[in-house]
Design a binder for this molecule. Structure first.
Ligand code: PMT
Length: 404
């Protein structure tokens, strides 16, 4: 788990949306990560979930009123605003985003936001049409231009029954994005300033027939963690993602692809002006020689599929004349160093990050933690087991040293 939240004072604002039930888990996750959490709930939030829940979870009184003499005597809005290292609003409704964008201070939460010097992060949650409404998008742009970090929202089925963008990110994703924002500001937020990164993540999916495909267990978490951390360190990031169920990290340009061929096309297009290419994707090594346009019938006891090699995306990029700094990943079950060094040389890479995969206690594929052995030239650096976001930051620091 990231150490970034250890000892941090987080003012958690909860506004009125059904997603506020997830905020109870979020408060728990922040506390588990070592943060001290104080909660402000708006009137709307209290219609969905009670202050008592958050008082029990955080061990601190919950703040609800701007003009409550008793509450002000204990810790008034100015003290709360000063106390916070970071303000996180989750869920953030369209209404609170509008009020923040316009500088209103008509309740305790918005007043604290105006009165604090702490950075602001918001995790929006609303109906998809409210989210895409130009008014909301304009308010979002205003908040971003003032330095707010936006976490999510994700896409999917909504409480109102509609399907689309506007779901609040999951508590763990919000915790990790907040940790990334905290660790990269203010000390090292500029380390990758002005650099352009292209990162591939997740598996590829190679269709056999209309209902079957070849793929692997990559979840995309390692690649998304690198995109989150690189952006927070100042880089402009394009993330080329295979089929994964993850929210797009804040301010990252995401291109979704399915097959290795699609990933190659998207990558070659994106790396034209890139400074760094990190190939985290677990690209399927083979695809079927001939896609069957009809569902293959199970008439025989045996079925033989002819497979042909997929293009090697990383090797192709590394062999370009004008190429970015190329970083590969090596997923190995044995002979980690020998195999990784072999790939570093064979693909003519600048750096390779090797991870031991498939172990029972940490398969790496799909898990939240990782550790890396990083090789470049005659150098070697070990990154100890930690949350993928922490590991990502440490790898990016090594890359930053090489390219700066
Ligand atoms: O997604 P997660 O669940 O978080 O898991 C993370 C991970 C295990 C997928 C990741 O950390 C990782 O190791 N990614 C690389 C996996 C892999 O395909 O390794 P490889 O040894 O087969 O390939 C070596 C390198 O060549 C990799 O950088 C790979 O992206 C690249 N490659 C491989 C084949 C191919 N056709 N094109 C490529 O670009």
């Amino acid at each position: 788990m990231s150490a970034a939240l250890q000892g941090k004072q987080i003012l958690l604002g909860i506004t009125g949306g059904i997603a506020s039930y997830k905020s109870a888990i979020l408060a728990r996750r922040l506390i588990d990560a070592g943060a001290d959490v104080r909660v402000i709930m708006t009137q709307g939030a209290q219609a969905f979930i009670t202050p008592l829940t958050f008082q029990a979870l955080t061990g601190n009184p919950v703040h609800t009123d701007l003009l409550d003499p008793a509450a002000e005597a204990a810790m008034g809005h100015i003290e709360l605003a000063r106390w916070a290292d970071y303000v996180l609003i989750a869920p953030a409704t369209a209404n609170v985003m509008a009020r923040l964008a316009n500088g209103l201070a008509d309740d305790l939460l918005t007043t604290c936001c105006l009165a604090t010097e702490a950075p602001l992060a918001i995790a929006p949650a609303m109906n998809r049409l409210m989210w895409s409404n130009p008014a909301t998008q304009a308010n979002l742009a205003t908040l971003v231009s003032r330095g707010a970090s936006i976490i999510g929202p994700g896409a999917g089925e909504q409480a109102c029954g509609e399907v689309g963008e506007g779901r609040m990110s999951e508590p763990e994703a919000i915790r990790d994005a907040l940790a990334a924002a905290i660790t990269t500001t203010p000390n090292n937020s500029n380390e990758l300033q002005g650099k352009s990164f292209v990162i591939t993540a997740g598996p590829t999916e190679e269709a056999i027939d209309p209902v079957r495909f070849i793929s692997n267990r990559s979840s995309g978490k390692m690649g998304f963690a690198l995109a989150t951390a690189a952006q927070a360190m100042g880089a402009e990031v394009t993330l080329i993602a295979g089929p994964v169920a993850l929210d797009t990290p804040p301010h990252v340009k995401r291109i979704d692809v399915k097959t290795a061929d699609d990933m190659l096309d998207a990558t070659l297009n994106a790396v034209k002006n890139a400074d760094v290419f990190i190939s985290v994707a677990a690209v399927a090594d083979y695809k079927v020689a001939k896609f069957s346009s009809e569902k293959i019938k199970k008439t025989d006891d045996e079925l033989t599929l002819e497979l042909v090699r997929n293009p090697d995306i990383l090797k192709t990029v590394a062999s370009l004349k004008a190429r970015p700094f190329c970083v590969g990943f090596a997923a190995e079950t044995q002979n980690l160093e020998k195999n990784a060094q072999g790939k570093l040389n064979a693909k003519k890479l600048d750096m390779i990050a090797a991870n031991q995969v498939g172990q029972a206690n940490n398969p790496v594929f799909g898990s939240d933690t990782n550790s890396l052995s990083v090789y470049w030239g005659k150098n070697k650096e070990q990154i100890a087991p930690a949350a993928k976001l922490d590991v990502a930051r440490q790898l990016l620091k090594l890359i930053a040293k090489q390219i700066n």
